[in-house]
Design a protein around this ligand. Structure first.
Ligand code: AMP
Ligand code: MN
Ligand code: MN
Ligand code: MN
Length: 283
């Protein structure tokens, strides 16, 4: 049933969100979310707390994460849902993916210092909830606090992105590994916010083709990162590639995220929602 208030993408203080898993569960419940997943970047340390808080609010829950992948020299995000959060292979894979963020952050700070903005590593650290997960978002919050930019959107237009100060290229997990970690732990791999990438049509076709070939099964169609036209475009892609469709706000913070938990349009009625294929994984 595509008409379900499912929100299967958001972030807590365990990665780059500003709310705890418990605060997110309460907010999801208040917003009428019926099925929820916390999908912290490269990390599943918040899963037990999220599942317990969901239960306390009477919301159904799927385990979740959002894995950073490098494909055709770009960063692609793969959401995993419904996996066993105690599975040793996914735990090890995510630990390996988190590794290197510390060194990368120091290089980012080095570049920003060369551009005249000193002390950003220490500044970003003040926003970090999980020492293994320092991200560009934490730098962005610090640059806003300092008045370098007026909001995080401006930070990502002027800094931390390709061609701008503070951008450090990074090798994340391979597409194949990320899908295998999720699938072997009993979960489903989903391409997150496909409209956000800057692929050519051929590269995007290759991404979807390889994703399917490695066992990927879903795509985010309705997400806080897509426009209404992009819902239509990626609904077509889901049909073309025979992928199930997902829905998620990608909520990070009350002050920053323009889409709140549970507030998106429903999925187009003819698509197969990911939760239909994950029915036995819902808690
Ligand atoms: P990282 O994993 O350290 O590369 O950081 C990626 C995170 O930065 C994403 O998950 C978003 O939360 C944030 N981000 C990336 N681009 C933007 C943008 N244009 N505007 C706001 N946040 C962004
Ligand atoms: Mn993020
Ligand atoms: Mn993402
Ligand atoms: Mn996300």
């Amino acid at each position: 049933m595509p008409i379900l208030n499912a929100d299967l993408h958001c972030h807590s203080v365990v990665s780059d969100g500003t709310l705890t898993p418990e605060e997110l569960a309460a907010r999801a419940a208040a917003n009428g979310v019926e099925l929820w997943s916390l999908t912290d970047h490269d990390e599943i340390g918040g899963q037990q707390r999220a599942a317990a808080a969901a239960r306390a609010h009477g919301i159904k829950y799927l385990t979740g994460t959002e894995i950073s992948v490098t494909f055709a020299d770009q960063t692609v995000h793969i959401v995993g849902l419904g996996f066993d959060a105690d599975d040793p292979a996914i735990l090890q894979g995510l630990r390996q993916t988190r590794g290197g963020r510390g060194v990368r952050a120091r290089e980012m700070a080095g570049q920003l210092a060369q551009a005249g903005i000193e002390g950003t590593y220490e500044g970003a650290l003040k926003y970090v909830g999980n020492p293994e997960l320092i991200s560009r978002t934490h730098f962005a919050r610090h640059l806003v606090e300092r008045g370098v930019c007026k909001d995080t959107g401006e930070v990502f237009r002027k800094y931390l992105t390709e061609g701008n100060p503070g951008y450090v290229p990074h090798r994340w997990a391979t597409l194949k590994s990320a899908i295998q970690w999720i699938a072997s732990a009993g979960g489903m791999a989903i391409i997150a916010h496909p409209a956000r990438y800057r692929f050519t049509a051929n590269e995007e076709f290759a991404l979807f083709g390889e994703f399917k070939a490695h066992g990927g099964r879903g795509v985010e169609v309705v997400t806080g990162s897509h426009s209404a036209a992009e819902y239509v475009k990626y609904a077509d892609t889901a049909r073309e590639f025979g992928l199930a469709a997902s829905r998620g706000s990608d909520f990070h913070s009350p002050g920053e995220s323009h889409t709140d938990l549970g507030q998106l349009p429903f999925l187009p009625g003819d698509l197969v929602p990911v939760w239909e294929l994950l029915a036995d994984r819902i808690r």
